[in-house]
Ligand binder design. Structure first.
Ligand SMILES: [Zn+2]
Length: 447
């Protein structure tokens, strides 16, 4: 891990040109492996007329078709490597739909997990966090996990403690009221707080309205959703602290980390080739927003080459901090609605995190979307190659009511496609009654 961090420290100071050329060295290795050992790419690489995949040029690379979740579903095991090179360790399967409602099963290796841990540590080091501090985490909404009032605790921050002695970490389930979350935070008095941007905004607004400071809090960290600028403003106003955002995906690992000196992001280019492409497929220039297409460079178990993950980003100018890693100015990605119970309580669904697998076992579902129509009704929209049997329909109803922890009336609609919103976003859960966040009240602050 220290060796990887040492290499990261050197590479991040390289010029953008040198970083790109080093990436193409890794891309060549990956593409050579894929065209030899992965049935799907044996065909694709040949069709693109790439004669020598190990020495692929940027021009040839641009001819490779995008991969998306429906192609991953269709390819199935054809995307798996027949042989994983020694040194990459074992392969592990994870399920994810990244809130697109289009679930995929992706293989990652021990090596990918090692790089994941190293990048977690890099984020702490970049932001000069005090490892002796207490880390509070609110990211889980699964029933019965880390429940209020106690939450759960661990002696360390996790993977970072393999290298540094850390303070404790404490976790609380997201599904309790802002008042309960804040009461827990006051009791725990953490140095750092990690949660979803929408939840952070609710907490900061609540503290601002009630004049509550969190005495030891130094910084907040956000994950899994698009970070809106008003969340940063709310944290500064409520607690006098900043936000560090993390852009990652379960299927592709870390994409970008916030620069330690600015509010934009540095692509984690050592392990990932990230392209931001305009409508016609050409690379976006600084100031332009385009689709995010990624190639994880360390996944030799199931190579994902030019994978369109459904997010959009704005390309930034080179960063004055001295790091040559590419800059993303803004990420336009996932947003999440909350389900509203008849009593007015709002709960996180986080449908795509964790136990979505048990939903997919009910029937061969290609894509799904859940829509709360009113306080009593959830509509489940499904894309499938065939209809549902009666037991499958019952299974879906039971799953939804268990997941949302309320006996909703559940309707199922079979649809041909679940399109993006006009803004280009997919959403796996839509509430037609969840109000957008209220504008920040500034009554209690002087700035
Ligand atoms: Zn920077």
């Amino acid at each position: 891990m220290l060796s990887i961090l040492h290499q990261y420290g050197i590479i991040e100071r390289w010029s953008p040109e040198k970083i790109l050329s080093s990436q193409f060295g890794k891309i060549g290795k990956l593409l050579a492996h894929a065209s030899n050992k992965v049935p799907y790419y044996q065909t694709v690489v040949k069709e693109c007329g790439i004669a020598d995949p190990a020495n692929v040029t940027p021009e040839e690379w641009a001819r490779l078709p995008f991969l998306d979740r429906s192609k991953i579903q269709a390819a199935g095991k054809d995307l798996h490597s027949l042989i994983i090179p020694p040194g990459h360790g074992r392969a592990h399967a994870i399920y994810t739909s990244g809130t697109t409602g289009r679930p995929v099963r992706v293989l990652r290796t021990d090596l990918s997990n090692l790089y994941w841990s190293a990048t977690t540590l890099r984020d702490h080091l970049w932001h000069r966090r005090n490892f002796k501090g207490k880390l509070a985490v609110m990211r889980n909404a699964a029933k019965g996990k880390d429940p209020y009032p106690d939450g759960s605790r661990s002696q360390t921050w996790g993977a970072s403690s393999n290298v540094f002695k850390t303070g404790p970490a404490v976790s609380l389930n997201l599904n309790c009221t802002p008042a309960e979350q804040v009461e827990w935070l006051q009791r725990e008095n953490p140095d750092y707080l990690m949660t979803h941007p929408t939840n952070l905004y609710r907490l900061a607004s609540y503290c601002l309205e009630n004049g509550i400071r969190l005495e030891k809090l130094r910084e907040t960290l956000t994950i899994s959703e698009m970070l809106r600028p008003e969340v940063r403003d709310a944290c500064r106003a409520a607690w006098g602290v900043g936000v560090s955002d993390i852009y990652s995906g379960r299927d592709v690992g870390y994409l970008a980390l916030q620069c330690p000196d600015h509010e934009h992001y540095h692509v984690q280019a050592e392990g990932l080739y990230l392209e931001v492409l305009s409508q016609d497929g050409t690379p976006c220039a600084p100031g332009e927003t385009g689709r995010v297409v990624v190639t994880p460079l360390d996944n030799f178990a199931m190579p994902l080459i030019r994978y369109d993950i459904g997010d959009f980003a704005e390309v930034g100018d080179p960063c004055p901090c001295g790091r040559g890693l590419p800059v993303l100015k803004r990420i336009v990605g996932r947003v999440q609605d909350m389900v509203v119970l008849p009593g007015g309580e709002r709960r996180w669904t986080l449908l795509s995190a964790g136990n979505i697998e048990s939903f997919l076992e009910i029937a061969p579902i290609r894509q799904y979307q859940f829509v709360q129509k009113d306080l009593q009704t959830i509509e489940v929209r499904l894309v499938m190659d065939r209809g549902l049997s009666e037991p499958e329909r019952d299974g879906i109803r039971d799953w939804v009511n268990d997941k949302l922890d309320h006996p909703f009336s559940v309707t199922v609609s079979m649809v041909d496609d679940i399109p993006r919103t006009p803004a280009g976003k997919y959403q796996d859960f839509i509430s037609e009654i969840d109000a957008p966040p209220e504008p920040l009240k500034r009554a209690h602050t002087e700035s």
